[in-house]
Design a protein around this ligand. Structure first.
Ligand code: NDP
Length: 287
């Protein structure tokens, strides 16, 4: 049925824990700003309850939903098909419900690329990506699909970096190499964009650092971080001290939420409104 004020279109998120997830605040701000008859409900769904939650969303006619930890891979067998990039990434964070069933997308890497495009066109650029977990894999696949010239994947556990580099090499025309991360990593001089896609910096007090040889970060590089909170990580501050430009993790988060809204409703929402809602949500969780 067409949404009405008394029966809005329904979207939301399934994750656990869910309490600090700011995507709902951004999406609801976009819905309100554009006068859309839609709502977003942030749900704490424990691991064993995902299938029931997905069926429930279907029964209630939800138009789509997000998945976050721990459901990004376990949701896949519950879907009817995957978008090509979600297939390569092997994880789904956004599901669209249509007449032909449930389609799984991965909007994390797409959010990163849309944020990046506000600063540089990834086409033809040389990247170094630190990390080889879910966020790194999504970023590597999407920058490659966006035409990056090369990506060097650097990870403490070399096997995971090799796997990401293999996927990029086998499925895109981007050159990809894996490097082990032991001690401080010296970024290749030809690198134009450096991305911290590890979880280091998420908990500033835990003492771990993004170990990079400081002199290898140079003016003219764009240095990015996936950590949205706190947004100004020590990795980014140190990069600015070296003269580099920086892009913080809020941009990726805002843009993945904007891509979700576009996939569900067809509307390309106002990023500034969503960014303001994210900042307010971060202030709330930090205070
Ligand atoms: P994963 O657990 O899948 O991967 C974590 C990565 O960090 C691995 O590469 C891991 O290396 C590395 N790592 C963790 N601790 C250390 C350390 N002490 N030294 C060196 N490497 C380390 O996590 P995700 O990829 O899902 O998430 C990573 C971060 O990205 C999280 O902080 C998450 O909040 C953020 N994120 C941000 C998004 C945004 O929109 N801004 C979207 C999605 C995620 P190893 O393989 O060796 O263990």
């Amino acid at each position: 049925p067409e949404p009405t004020p008394l029966m809005p279109a329904l979207t939301g998120s399934f994750s656990s824990p869910a309490g600090d997830n700011p995507t709902g605040a951004m999406v609801e701000a976009a819905y309100a700003h554009h006068g859309m008859l839609a709502r977003y409900v942030n749900c704490d769904v424990p691991p064993g309850a995902l299938e029931a939650a997905v069926r429930g969303a279907g029964a209630m006619g939800w138009i789509g939903f997000n998945l976050s930890l721990p459901h990004k891979q376990t949701v896949i067998p519950l879907l009817d098909r995957l978008a090509p990039s979600a297939e390569l990434i092997g994880a789904v964070n956004c599901v669209v419900s249509g007449p032909d069933g449930l389609t799984g997308h991965n909007t994390d890497g797409q959010g990163f690329v849309e944020a990046l495009r506000e600063r540089v066109d990834p086409r033809g650029r040389r990247f170094t990506v630190l990390g080889a977990g879910g966020a790194a894999r999504a970023i590597c696949v999407e920058i490659a699909l966006a035409g990056a010239a090369s990506v060097t994947v650097v990870n403490r556990t070399l096997d995971r970096a090799e796997e990401v580099a293999r996927v990029v090499r086998e499925h895109t025309s981007t050159e990809a190499a894996a490097r082990a991360w032991q001690g401080a990593y010296a970024v290749d001089a030809g690198t134009e964009v450096v991305v911290n896609a590890t979880s280091i910096g998420l908990v500033p007090a835990d003492g771990s650092r993004v170990a990079v040889v400081p002199e290898t970060i140079t003016a003219g590089m764009l240095v990015c971080d996936v950590i949205p909170n706190p947004p100004d990580t020590s990795f980014l501050r140190e990069a600015r001290e070296r003269g580099a430009e920086t892009l913080d993790g809020r941009a990726m988060l805002v843009n993945q939420a904007a891509v979700n809204v576009r996939l569900w409703t067809g509307l390309d929402p106002d990023r500034a409104v969503m960014h303001a809602a994210l900042d307010a949500a971060i202030d709330e969780t930090s205070s």
